[in-house]
Design a protein around this ligand. Structure first.
Ligand code: IVH
Length: 698
């Protein structure tokens, strides 16, 4: 047989290249023309790189219509398209220190500053700036007056959005210095995270589709036809580049660093985190120091931009077809990336809830290697429509649990089979149950080992009985060997038995027994929380423990008079129903009996009761009041406002009724405000709320 392998391989490459071209072209159109991005940036970048690598290795695969052959997209209709006086270039990316160094080596070469073999690298001063993850704008000023604001578009032509740009408070309408006849300023428009959260909360309240992230929200806002909407969204702008007429004789910056101070004195907001960096080592330190710090900022950055400081040197380095040679974007590891799905497995939680988990080929995300991500529940699984071998988009940002964002179904292998939740519990093989109206699929076998392990882990956890030394591995062994069948069995363990277990010395066994003993005197609220009743978190457990002196009273009320529980402050119908169900379940009734038999009180101590009695019921300034939120608040998100209200003892409700104490209204408040006015309910704004909360502290 004559070797067929190379042919097959080259076929495979050209097919993959064609698939990638199609996918990337569509994504670019959706992004640039429709303002409805289909691909996450980092995913686009990575697939783009894959195509670029393929085309570099096999130049015969390059086609004129490949997205690698052009930058950006065509401006869409709706706003006038204008040619940029000076094109807006893009930036080349570097994803590692090596790529940064080879950029620097290329730069030295074009500047004719290459060192001789034995010489050290010449140091060129650079400016490090944060790479703001927003939307580039070009601003034209004539005789000091803002006359035009344009989006980047395809870099050659953008859309004229001057009326919208004028609404951005950090863009001066008139320059605050002796103006040249014309000047072009470039920078990045953005929506701060806090404002973004408020915008989305408001959209959710109005049942409008949410923005995917601040950058999409910003892009959508810039192209809003109604400037009032733009103004309400409170965009921000950081200026970073400046172009002056060649013949301008007035003061002219000679470095990027001076450009930034020029921009600042002209009245622009310049990002305060820029730094003048003497050499490449300083660039690397700057980049590394922002890797963690950037998460504390109120806006997104996906890297740093490094620019040669000296403008004359910039001039001599010049541009490639799409990017300046004198600058580079150093990117942080992607937080989203494509990967190939291997299988779906399931986790069984302590309440029996089944969580499907995607297992996929390892990818580097936010600096770690990730190969598993949650799929949440059966609905999400159905929505994703996963098939074996699918290319999926995975996200992990900082502390966020990895999740599967979506599937690139265009890349689905032929004949791939759909993947679904199993019908049986992976731990005990009993049939799984999904009740109508519930998102969760559950294992309802109360002696399922996975559920027992979860229940035990929860019982000993920090917020509950807080038993130091009782870790997950130990619990696993105890359950596996059949030494423990219920939480109450934890109190029957003896040191001799424990010390016979793996990695358990005599001393640590004794310590553990004393820790278990000590846990008996934990407060009633912690014991109640430790039972792991659905919806009874630490806060609700405290509320319930304050209202009911012991578990028998609570159980009787939950079963016979649930309405008495619903009347409690902060306890909604869901919690009441969950309590009723829990106490009605025979296995749980047995558990209570067993715990009481081993000596747990499941009741408040005399001291706890006295403390409660001495606490006044007018704890918070808003205690007993019900507040409704509407509209966008100037400085806090709805979640923040809700937290403040709740911390002051108030309750936040979703709809206005006669029971509403007052309405907290921001900008663009809608029907709730109308209803409040109709019912004669008082309305306050953010400042009013702050004053109210402060009044209680003075
Ligand atoms: S300089 C020719 N500086 O990144 C100079 N760009 O990936 C090009 N960006 O289109 C721009 N922060 O929208 C520059 N401090 C910064 C930036 C920055 C964000 C954006 C800009 C550009 C894109 C290139």
């Amino acid at each position: 047989m004559t070797a067929p392998a190379p042919d097959n391989a080259s076929n495979q490459f050209s097919e993959r290249a064609a698939e990638l071209r199609q996918l990337l072209t569509r994504a670019a159109h959706a992004y640039y023309v429709l303002d409805a991005p289909e691909l996450e940036d980092a995913v686009y970048d990575q697939l783009y790189r894959e195509l670029l690598d393929l085309e570099t290795a096999h130049p015969e695969l390059v086609s004129a219509d490949s997205p690698t052959q052009r930058v950006g997209g065509t401006p869409s209709e709706g706003f006038a398209s204008v040619a940029h006086r000076i094109p807006l270039f893009s930036l080349d990316n570097a994803f590692s220190a090596e790529e940064l160094r080879s950029w620097y080596a290329r730069l030295l070469k074009v500047l004719d500053r290459e060192p001789q073999a034995s010489e050290p690298l010449p140091a060129l001063a650079m400016v490090g700036e944060l790479k703001i993850d927003g939307n580039a704008l070009a601003l034209s000023y004539e005789n000091g007056v803002l006359i035009r604001g344009t989006t980047r578009g395809d870099g050659e032509q953008g859309e004229e959005i001057t009326t919208n740009v004028r609404t951005i408070a950090s863009i001066p309408l008139r320059l605050q210095l002796d103006p040249p006849p014309w000047v072009e300023v470039r920078g990045e428009a953005l929506i701060p995270d806090r404002t973004f959260a408020a915008i989305n909360a408001d959209r959710a309240a109005r049942d409008e589709p949410l923005f995917a992230n601040p950058r999409n929200a910003c892009a959508g806002t810039l192209r809003q036809l109604d400037p009032k909407v733009v103004a309400a969204r409170r965009l921000d702008f950081f200026a970073y580049t400046l172009h002056l007429p060649d013949n301008w004789e007035g003061p002219r910056p000679i470095s990027q660093w001076e450009c930034l101070s020029w921009l600042s004195s002209a009245g622009f907001r310049v990002n305060p985190n820029a730094a003048l960096l003497p050499d490449l080592a300083a660039v690397e330190t700057f980049f590394n120091s922002w890797d963690s710090q950037r998460h504390d900022l109120d806006y997104a950055t996906d890297g740093v931009v490094v620019k040669l400081n000296d403008l004359r040197l910039q001039d001599s380095a010049g541009f490639t077809q799409k990017a300046p040679r004198w600058a580079i974007a150093l990117k942080y590891p992607a937080e989203e990336a494509p990967s190939r799905l291997l299988r779906i497995t399931c986790q069984v939680g302590r309440t029996g809830v089944i969580t499907p988990v995607a297992e996929f080929e390892p990818v580097a995300l936010a600096g770690t290697s990730v190969s598993r991500a949650t799929l949440h529940n059966a609905d999400r699984l159905a929505e994703l429509d996963l098939h074996s071998g699918d290319t999926i988009v995975v996200r992990k940002a900082g502390e966020i649990i990895p999740e599967v964002l979506r599937v690139l179904s265009e890349l689905r292998p032929e004949g791939a089979l759909p993947l679904d939740l199993p019908h049986q519990c992976p731990s005990c093989a009993s049939e799984l149950v999904r009740e109508s109206g519930e998102a969760a699929t559950r294992c309802v076998n109360s002696s399922c080992p996975a559920i027992l392990r979860g229940a035990l882990r929860h019982w000993v956890s920090k917020g509950a009985l807080d038993v130091e030394g009782m870790g997950g591995k130990l619990i696993e062994q105890l359950v596996e060997r059949g030494l423990i069948r219920s939480i109450s069995d934890l109190y029957g363990l003896d040191a001799a038995l424990l010390s016979s277990l793996e990695r358990m010395g005599e001393k640590s066994a004794e310590n553990l027994i004393s820790a278990m003993e000590a846990s008996r005197s934990q407060p009633w609220a912690r014991q109640l929380y430790g039972l792991g009743i659905h919806h009874v978190g630490e806060v609700n457990a405290k509320g319930l423990a304050a209202a009911f002196p012991d578990i028998d009273t609570l159980a009787r009320t939950a079963v016979d008079h649930p309405e008495a529980i619903s009347e409690l402050h902060g306890i909604g119908p869901e919690i009441t129903q969950s309590l009723q169900q829990w106490f009605n379940t025979p296995a749980n009734q047995r558990l209570i009996k067993q715990l009481q038999d081993v000596g747990l009180s499941l009741a408040s101590s005399e001291q706890e009761r006295q403390e409660l009695a001495s606490r006044s019921s007018t704890d918070g300034v808003l205690s007993g009041q019900t507040v409704v939120l509407t509209g966008t608040l100037p400085s806090m998100s709805r979640t923040q406002a809700k937290e403040l209200i709740e911390a002051a003892g108030g309750k936040v409700s979703g709809s206005v009724s006669k029971k509403t104490s007052f309405v907290l209204a921001g900008e663009e408040a809608g029907s709730k405000l109308e209803k409040a006015n109709k019912l004669g309910i008082s309305v306050i704004d953010e400042a009013g709320l702050v004053a109210l909360l402060q009044s209680s502290q003075s």
